[in-house]
Design a binder for this molecule. Sequence first.
Ligand code: NCD
Length: 306
Amino acid sequence: MRHLMSPLDLSVDELDELLNLANDIEKHPEKYAHACDGKKLATCFYEPSTRTRLSFEAAMLNLGGSVLGFASADSSSAAKGESVSDTIRIISCYADICAMRHPKEGAPLVASQKSRIPVINAGDGGHQHPTQTLTDLLTIRSLKGRLDNMTIGLCGDLKFGRTVHSLINALIRYPGIRFVLISPEELKIPSYIREDVLKAKQIPFTEVERLEDAIPELDVLYMTRVQKERFFNEEDYVRLKDFYILTREKLSLAKEDMLVLHPLPRVNEISVEVDDDPRAVYFKQAQYGVYVRMALILTLLGISVE
Ligand code: NCD
């Protein structure tokens, strides 16, 4: 039985296969409409979500399966003090696969150790968000035709943004990847990623504060929201929340074929006037999230469709 805790749980070849499957699902959805007949997905969300939870549910429904679950800790027995280890033992009796989001780093991993069904980390605190990374990789590969030889700008809350941490881990396995890390001093990438991942693997990167300085050289600009819920005080959040706003004017400095991605939700960091620019692909990205989650459910359940 396999779980997905980090994008590194899939080898580059497995990842390639998964993205190919997602592309086939996009082209021929009817082929997959009954692939999960009789199967159940549990979504156990201890933290707010719109896209991740609903795209998992849509993915399972598109495959002919059913869904059950809870959308907040308050509406589950966590509110009575139940541990994730006990909860997953119970969920294992009710469902075939589980997607779990939790504010504590490592909670889905703890659950997976007691689980009888595959567990997918749907975001654990400020740590990892592997299915967002699968979504991001599918978006980039589908629209750019490759995942190698690119300059990727990661902008915003690089400290608490789990999507950024997972994406860096996944992209460094491709040749010719360079990062431009764009953040204010207070929200710089954690040192365990700078030192143990980027420097240790000799991945070229620069750290800058001004988006305008970085934008002209980028092939992909990955914007992120300042993660309000992970701040210790409101004052710091208020000071930093509008640090970056991608406007039409700033976008005019970018290459014609640069892609703008964002895991969403957007707060202020991308002005709505940018939405109509063909380079803005964040809503398309959310659609890719459904295909890739369909592919992931099939892969973890070991179901293949001829
Ligand atoms: C992200 C998350 O939950 O980390 N959202 C998502 O799943 N698409 C990004 C965020 O909340 O800022």
